[in-house]
Design a binder for this molecule. Structure first.
Ligand code: FMN
Ligand code: SF4
Length: 429
């Protein structure tokens, strides 16, 4: 598709706010959502359910839970399953990674936007069971979703959908176990089945064998919140929201040593320096930028030379990093990288579900070595062991937890080896 749009970030965020547009942040108020734009997307979707997946493809709507995987591909896999079987949609709101705090805003302030997006997705894929899977610590979000689902169920939509498509959609709210690992897609399936969230081996993939063996689609809350707007406004509109080759908007979570941390919905592809220095108000007074942990700490680190990177999946990947969930954790000069990475790795070690020996012992050992080096007690051989773990651990676990832990460690070794070296125990002689 030819692009004629601007590559420069617009300076007024309200121009680009779709999911977090102030006018749409109406909480669990069905009437207010309907008075705003509610129902327009679903109305269109019911006119032509088969057009929805091609729309998601043309719009390049990505999974916004971290991977950036094309939504249409997963949706197609579900839509192609036997129409006579039950099918599940898990709306993933586990959100437990440090630095990521966007889905809770969508859940609490825009629950109907999410319900409508999930419902359109269900109509597109022939799904009859929708589960809103939410971190149990987010009690206000669960309350808002409970109220909103009740309002939705007593509206005329369920009957209209059944009449048009034959689908009788059931909605359910399920608090997750509250573990970080419970956000991994197959762990979420186990959790929805009432079990401990142990990730499953793949294949079989959720689209073939998910909740109780039924085809299951798992999407992030932000991904699904986009759907009603895409369907109501069309592909061109959606594509034009992004900058450069990117499409849509992204909710970036800015935290760390900046003056105005928070959630910012901006065009996908907004440069990182615009987020930090314009929307985030710049560095704390007297502080200088040292590094940004991108996409949450299960990713890599960017240094000031990459501060101009456009924050979309491809551009960030081109700088040997990843957009992930869109979390940007800013650290300033004076922050010890070894200690910071030690903090994150100890989070991963505590979060490992323990099924894979390499992950359980590997993250524990990484944490131990980092703490040793970070407190000035580490030896050259400890550092060599860390480097070696970065070589042998990737791909050794059932899920990506261990890969994420290695990524941030490996990236810190790449950019800040001097700090590791300087922290080693000085041995005379
Ligand atoms: C350890 C771990 C934790 C995860 N936690 C979440 C989470 O809390 N929310 C989420 O949407 N995706 C999470 N994911 C990614 C999911 O496995 C899955 O890719 C995502 O829910 C798919 O949605 P999307 O395609 O809309 O991004 C996690 C992945 C891993 C490996
Ligand atoms: S890689 Fe780690 S968190 Fe994932 S299944 Fe294995 S032990 Fe559990």
């Amino acid at each position: 598709m030819t692009k004629t749009k601007s590559t420069k970030a617009k300076t007024d965020p309200s121009l680009n706010q779709v999911l977090l547009n102030p006018a749409g942040r109406v909480g669990a108020d069905y009437k207010a959502w309907m008075d705003y734009v509610g129902g327009q997307g679903l109305e269109k979707a019911l006119e032509d359910p088969k057009a929805i997946i091609p729309m998601a493809k043309e719009a390049d709507l990505r999974g916004l839970g971290g991977s950036g995987f094309p939504t249409w591909f997963k949706w197609n896999a579900i839509a192609n399953q036997d129409p006579e079987r039950d099918k599940y949609l898990i709306c993933n709101g586990n959100e437990d990674e440090p630095g990521t705090f966007k889905d809770r805003v969508l859940l609490k302030e825009c629950p109907h936007q999410l319900i409508e997006g999930a419902t359109i997705t269900a109509v597109a894929c022939g799904i009859n069971k929708i589960v809103f899977y939410i971190n149990p610590h987010l009690t206000a979000c669960i309350d808002a979703m409970r109220k909103a689902v009740e309002q939705w169920q007593t509206s005329d939509w369920p009957a209209r959908i059944a009449e048009k498509t034959g689908l009788r959609i059931e909605y359910r709210i399920q608090p997750s176990s509250g573990h970080y690992i419970g956000g991994e897609e197959t762990a979420a399936i186990e959790s929805v089945e009432g079990k401990f969230p142990f990730p499953r081996g793949k294949p079989p993939y959720p689209s073939d064998f998910g909740v109780h063996g039924y085809p299951t689609l798992i999407n992030n809350m932000e991904t699904l919140s986009n759907v009603s707007h895409l369907v109501r406004n069309g592909v061109e509109w959606f594509r034009n929201l992004g900058l450069g080759n990117a499409t849509g908007t992204k909710i970036y979570c800015l935290s760390g040593d900046v003056l105005k941390p928070g959630v910012f919905e901006l065009p996908m592809g907004t440069p990182l320096n615009d987020l930090v220095y314009n929307y985030g108000g710049g560095m704390l007074v007297g502080k200088k930028l040292k590094a940004v942990f991108t996409g949450g700490p299960s990713n890599t680190i960017l240094t000031p030379k990459d501060i101009d990177v456009p924050m979309d999946f491809e551009s960030v990947a081109a700088r040997r990093s990843a957009l992930g969930t869109g979390a940007m954790i800013v650290v300033s000069q004076g922050t010890g990288i070894v200690k910071k990475v030690a903090e994150y790795i100890s989070f991963f070690a505590a979060s490992s579900c323990g099924q894979c020996p390499s992950c359980k012992t590997g993250t524990y050992y990484m944490s131990l070595l980092l703490n040793r080096i970070g407190t000035g007690q580490g030896t050259r051989s400890d550092l060599d062991s860390l480097i070696n773990l970065c070589k042998i651990l990737p791909g050794s676990g059932r899920c990506h937890l261990v890969n994420g832990a290695v990524k941030v460690l490996d990236s810190s070794l790449y950019h800040f080896m001097n700090e590791y070296e300087q922290s080693l125990l000085k041995v005379e002689g």
